[in-house]
Design a protein around this ligand. Sequence first.
Ligand SMILES: [Zn+2]
Length: 71
Amino acid sequence: MAFSETTVVTAWKNAGGKCERCGKSLVWENRGRETGYGAWEAHHATSVQSSGGDYPSNCKILCWSCHKKTF
Ligand SMILES: [Zn+2]
């Protein structure tokens, strides 16, 4: 299950529009893109398979390069 838009927006605001791992500035419109300036993804801190839920504290804002390292 993907995050709801409300969860992602809240997590984005909490992160200040920056990657929560490396601090890089991100671009809202470039969510889910693998390339491009400020590309990022909403990452499940606890995976859905491990019953991670749809709430902001489980939603990590990560730039694409950091997100790839979490796989
Ligand atoms: Zn990063």
